[in-house]
Design a protein around this ligand. Structure first.
Ligand SMILES: Cc1cc2nc3c(=O)[nH]c(=O)nc-3n(C[C@H](O)[C@H](O)[C@H](O)COP(=O)(O)O)c2cc1C
Ligand code: SF4
Length: 422
């Protein structure tokens, strides 16, 4: 077993706990905003070239290449252009964006300023989860200090480039983390997803070209500009560059936020960093990514944290949550809680998600009451598949993931709860 020091690698968290997050002087003293100065000496295409070379993929869940997104916004027709930071972090089990915003808020601003310069945006918004009062306070102070010191506002540091950022509070809806629902909410409308295409890169906020990315994604941009794309790409594996922030929670001795390079195994995270289950318990299952992610058995923990390795097994780690569940907890009861969450959070716009989540919950309740039949297993599988294929947005497409993966890996839990045949 590797030691904690061998597993952890600090890039985006290198200043966390080292500098005072509310001190712009300490941020600058620790190398902060140097990347903005360097970026202003480069052409927008050069910056985007470095981000493309870095192989940085979005940390909000879907893993879309950030350089390609920036290129699309740069090339899109329309003005003004916008930068939006998705800090909604509504997925249960995720708390790493909160950690970054409260421990190094200027690093996020630095990334947003560079991206704004590169894509030609003049306005930025940070859409923060409504419950994150401390994150809002940290960012509002950072924005005020950045403005007072000439890092935000008109003609930043005499560069001729102007950019401003505002904080906007969400109001507790999970679907508002979905990029178009977030944009609708920011425009003052009910937060509901829009049809795609067109994508936000060409018709986003107020129908103008918009770069919308996650907190952790923006926080990596200054590192890439400072060190170069190739150096960033050298960290991690051939197919996954850089580090990931992991929100480790549930039945582990050491829960918390950890930064690890791609390539460590899930076991390194759960046993090496989390030190396994408490009270001498055995781990029963691990959910990756949050409520919308797969549930896997401990035997699969040898898989590496790598987009390709995880995809080869048909799973992903989404926005980086690792939720550990030990043998004291019943799988059906956990699934029931997950599906109740999705019933509550479905926006109701499309039938597969609005009705499918309820149907799944009804069937799960039959298993919990040991009144289910073989037919219910077939129905459950078919409803899940229809939802994945036909739901309008990612919420309904991913809501059945926990059920589908438990059907695959923990089939005995279902058959063990069938109604006794007399
Ligand atoms: C239901 C739902 C909720 C989401 N919640 C978030 C969220 O809280 N934060 C986030 O960054 N992305 C979230 N996303 C993903 C966003 O739609 C989008 O892909 C992401 O902000 C893009 O940033 P990235 O390229 O940096 O990953 C969510 C997607 C869905 C379908
Ligand atoms: S999938 Fe769910 S959340 Fe998304 S649009 Fe349909 S009902 Fe709304």
């Amino acid at each position: 077993m590797k030691t904690k020091n061998e597993i952890i690698k600090t890039l985006v968290t290198k200043r966390c706990g080292v500098i005072k997050p509310d001190s712009i002087e300490e941020f600058i003293g620790a190398g902060g905003y140097q990347a903005v100065v360097k970026a202003f000496s480069m052409q927008p295409e050069q910056i985007i070239g470095e981000v493309k070379a870095s192989n940085l993929k979005g940390r909000g869940g879907a893993g879309f290449p950030t350089g390609i997104k920036m290129d699309a916004v740069l090339k899109a027709e329309g003005s003004p252009k916008y930068i939006i930071c998705n800090a909604d972090e509504g997925e249960p089990g995720n708390f790493k964006d909160k950690y970054l915003m409260e421990n190094d808020p200027h690093q996020l601003l630095e990334g947003m300023i560079i991206c704004a310069y590169a894509v030609g945006a003049s306005h930025g918004y940070i859409y923060i989860r409504g419950e994150y009062g401390d994150s809002m306070t940290a960012l509002e102070k950072a924005i005020a200090d950045a403005k007072a010191n000439g890092w935000l506002g008109a003609n930043i540091k005499g560069s001729g480039f102007s950019f401003d950022v505002m904080v906007h509070s969400g109001a507790g809806s999970y679907v508002c983390g979905e990029e178009f629902a977030l944009i609708e909410s920011l425009e003052g409308k009910p937060g509901r997803p829009r049809n795609k295409p067109p994508y936000p890169t060409t018709a986003g906020f107020r129908d103008k070209p918009t770069m919308i990315s996650n907190v952790e994604t923006f926080s990596n941009i200054g590192i890439i500009v400072n060190g170069g794309g190739e150096a960033f790409k050298a960290i991690g594996t051939e197919t996954s560059a850089g580090t990931r922030l992991i929100s480790l929670s549930g039945n582990v001795k050491n829960p918390g936020v950890y930064e690890v390079p791609f390539g460590v195994t899930l076991a390194d995270i759960v046993y090496g960093l989390g030190e396994g289950a408490p009270d001498g318990q055995k781990i029963k299952m691990v959910q990756l990514g949050g409520a919308s992610g797969p549930i896997i058995p401990p035997e699969l923990l040898d898989i590496r944290l790598d987009y390709k390795d995880l995809a080869d097994e048909g799973i992903s780690i989404g926005s980086g949550a690792v939720i550990v569940i030990d043998e004291r907890f019943g799988m059906m009861e956990i699934l029931e809680r997950i599906m109740k969450f999705f019933c509550r959070e479905s926006c109701g716009k499309c039938t597969p998600c609005r009705e499918g989540n309820r149907q799944i919950l009804n069937i799960l309740n039959k298993f919990i009451a040991c009144k289910a039949s073989e037919e219910d297993i077939k129905n459950l599988t078919s409803i899940c598949n229809v939802m994945c294929l036909t739901s309008f947005c990612g919420l309904g497409q991913a809501a059945p993931t926990a059920v589908l993966t438990t059907l695959k890996y923990f089939g005995g839990e279902y058959t063990g709860r069938l109604a006794a045949k007399s």
